[in-house]
Ligand binder design. Sequence first.
Ligand SMILES: Cc1cc2nc3c(=O)[nH]c(=O)nc-3n(C[C@H](O)[C@H](O)[C@H](O)COP(=O)(O)OP(=O)(O)OC[C@H]3O[C@@H](n4cnc5c(N)ncnc54)[C@H](O)[C@@H]3O)c2cc1C
Length: 437
Amino acid sequence: MSFEQLDQQVIVQGLCVRCGLCVGVCPVLAIGLDDNGYPQLTGKCTGCDFCNSSCPGGDIDLPALSRRIHGVDYDPLSLQGYVENMYVAYPGDSAVREAGASGGVVTGLLLYLLKSKKIDGAVVAGMDPDKPYCTKGVLATTAEEIIAAARSKYSVTPSMDVMRFLRKSKGRFAVVGLPCQIQGLRKLEEVDPSLSAKIFCILGLYCHCNLERNTPKEAIEAKGIDLADVARFDFRGGVWPGRFQVTRKDGAIIPLYSINPTTVLNVLFRLYGANRCFVCVDALAEYADLSFGDFWARDYKGPLSEMERCTLVSQRTRTGASILQEAVADGAIILRRLPEERASKRILNMARGKKQKAWVRLINRAGRNETVPHYHFTIPEPSSKARRSVFMYDFYQLLRGTPLRKFVLKIFFSPVGCAIDYLNLRRKRCFCNYHGN
Ligand SMILES: Cc1cc2nc3c(=O)[nH]c(=O)nc-3n(C[C@H](O)[C@H](O)[C@H](O)COP(=O)(O)OP(=O)(O)OC[C@H]3O[C@@H](n4cnc5c(N)ncnc54)[C@H](O)[C@@H]3O)c2cc1C
């Protein structure tokens, strides 16, 4: 019984990344999702083992993946993974740029691929029309659907469940995913080549961490808004770079906070970060054809410092290179190559922090005989800064699942939160060489 194996070895052990791929690859549609995004058996398992052997939760052979996808050895110390070129980019159509989270390049590329008939649709993430504060996977087959799914969804979204629609389809599709989801898709290439052949390209999002599925719901409640009044929830609504925002059924638009969105996200990651993300060692979607993140113009010098509202692009494969080349020739995307420093210090710090903290937890958990994901490389010695940081994170874990967690949110969404944020920024500017937003 392969689902039983998946259940015992991955789900019960707390290793499920909730990517939804097991649901998507099951040929007899015997797997569903519970409200928290965990897979559960809903039909009769035939023991084909597709779910188990494509699962990225418990076992990912990163060295083998590096050699197969990029033809290079895996270097645990490399922050960016294998990259051929880095760009800063934006779509030629300013409305698409406005629609996107960073610069709208992912949406711009999907629209170009659809228009040029290279794809018949794309696996993306949208909001559930029945519960507008819950995310869900969407198979977008029209330009309108692709635009509607634009912008980041920062809570766990098992969007790979949508792969189930691809099996019967004759078309080819782009898939947008987070690093964990992409690791599963790469495993699928060996497990089920006929399903995998439907994937034209894999577009990855940089990912610091994902939030628990109930985060928007608790944030809305902490702001005192009745869930029944919510018509729409945006993780990055309003003026770029955007913040959590509710549109009520009466049309009123309510930002949930007025302080620096980065501060709020940092607090949320501590209080609501999905546990499995804390042992993930891939920050920049290292196995995508192209991966994308926020470009902060102020991190750069010269003309790049004026390119606000753009997307940072890591081109990793030949497929990625030709998609970019053709989209640029079409005018769908405008690119500028990044100079020597490539990703900004900010992105590299994020990747370093994610990897090093994951190493600390992998070592700690293995030391306590807890089950950890097997990445097939020797974990390097983490820095003492990472160890201290994990200690502090563990302190926040004590608040999880308690009313105190919502209380902390309430404070951050109030004028007291503004004062704390102001003092914290002053502290960072004075003592921590802080140069960010
Ligand atoms: C959980 C999460 C964490 C992130 N962390 C970072 C970070 O730390 N640093 C950084 O620089 N960038 C991060 N990003 C990426 C960043 O937020 C933007 O998504 C990226 O820069 C692309 O911007 P864009 O405007 O080009 O994309 P858009 O044009 O807005 O398109 C985004 C596409 O991604 C899809 N999508 C959105 N959310 C998800 C999801 N959860 N799962 C699968 N598909 C999704 C959308 O449906 C859409 O198709 C994160 C994104 C997510 C979802």
